[in-house]
Design a binder for this molecule. Structure first.
Ligand SMILES: Cc1cc2nc3c(=O)[nH]c(=O)nc-3n(C[C@H](O)[C@H](O)[C@H](O)COP(=O)(O)O)c2cc1C
Length: 306
């Protein structure tokens, strides 16, 4: 993780308000003779100082401004409590996994904007060690599908051997048995339909795919990738696009290194989600609720002395 200090203060502009010092999570900055100064040896490079400064006197040289080409947005920070919570929740609840896509391509500029939106998510220790691999058109999506389904063809060949499943279960490895019981039949159908080009039961006819991963330098790889993924899913809905997470593609990718190679991915990257994306060929009339969840309250003693 990069902890080098990349913060620069323009002392001419600094009014000495100390807001940057107050929000810094690493004590990188302090006030010296009424001006903000870099006095710490490490930095999260999170940009809290830049965001807090009312005088535009702080810069973190490694941070690039967010730029989008398919829509306009303002650079101003929205205060706590200001966004319309009702609309935000409506957006979250309106996102649905899309399994019917139009045969209309998605512009690369839109896909790249979605990646940038993904990067607004938090990351453990602000590592930002994501990888976003775009398969921008249907032919590449189909190529990935060929690889994924050839992996499941091999897995199904093994899973249909009763003796093999029994021996593995005897050895305490019941994964193949569980796969056989839960996915074998459906994946046989997926493979059949994929080969006959009758129905795409893997990517559901999506034109594009974004694979979200992390490098080995990520502090919290899965969490980082999945938070970026959720940003992309919500933003895609707001942009008129449909999305569906494809866990089967991730499963094949993580178990068959040859797919990594075919995609041109480095062996130090890990893929955590595959997002099928396209223009939706379906619409809904209402929001569907979820299973009732009862929050639990901790039974921990509220007073704690060290
Ligand atoms: C980790 C994960 C993997 C998923 N994998 C698939 C998949 O391979 N194929 C698919 O059609 N849907 C997949 N889904 C979508 C789920 O089926 C879907 O989220 C769930 O049915 C709830 O529906 P909703 O997304 O419309 O709210 C996946 C979802 C998640 C979170």
């Amino acid at each position: 993780m990069e902890l080098t200090v990349n913060t620069i203060i323009d002392s001419e502009k600094c009014n000495g308000c100390g807001l940057c010092v107050k929000v810094c999570p690493r004590e990188t900055l302090s006030l010296v003779n009424g001006k903000a100064c870099v006095t710490g040896k490490t930095s999260n490079n999170c940009g809290h100082c830049v965001a807090a400064c009312p005088m535009d006197a702080v810069r973190v040289t490694t941070l690039e401004p967010l730029q989008f080409s398919s829509f306009n947005t303002e650079n101003a920070w929205i205060k706590h409590g200001m966004p319309d919570i009702g609309q935000l929740v409506q957006l979250m609840a309106s996102r649905r996994s899309c399994r019917n896509f139009k045969m209309k391509p998605v512009d690369r500029s839109i896909l790249e904007d979605l990646v940038t939106i993904g990067t607004t998510a938090p990351t453990g220790s602000n590592s930002q060690e994501w990888t976003f691999t775009i398969l921008p058109d249907r032919s590449q999506t189909e190529n990935l599908g060929d690889h994924v389904l050839s992996y499941f063809q091999k897995l199904n060949r093994m899973a249909r051997i009763t003796m093999l499943r029994k021996v593995l279960r005897f050895l305490g490895k019941d994964e193949l048995e569980r796969y056989y019981n839960n996915y074998y039949e459906r994946n046989e159908e997926r493979i059949r339909n994929w080969k006959s080009k009758e129905k795409d039961m893997l990517f559901h006819g999506a034109q594009a795919v974004i694979l979200v991963g992390t490098t080995e330098a990520a502090a919290c790889p899965k969490e980082d990738a999945l938070l970026a993924t959720q940003n992309i899913l919500l933003a895609a809905h707001a942009m008129g696009l449909g999305t569906c997470l494809i866990g089967f593609a991730v499963m094949a990718l993580t178990r068959d290194q040859s797919i990594y190679k075919a995609l041109g991915l480095g062996c130090k990257e890990s893929i955590h989600s595959a997002i099928a994306i396209g223009w939706p060929n379906e619409k809904y009339n209402k929001i569907i609720s979820r299973k009732k969840i009862k929050p639990l309250y901790s039974s921990m003693d509220p007073v704690h002395f060290l």
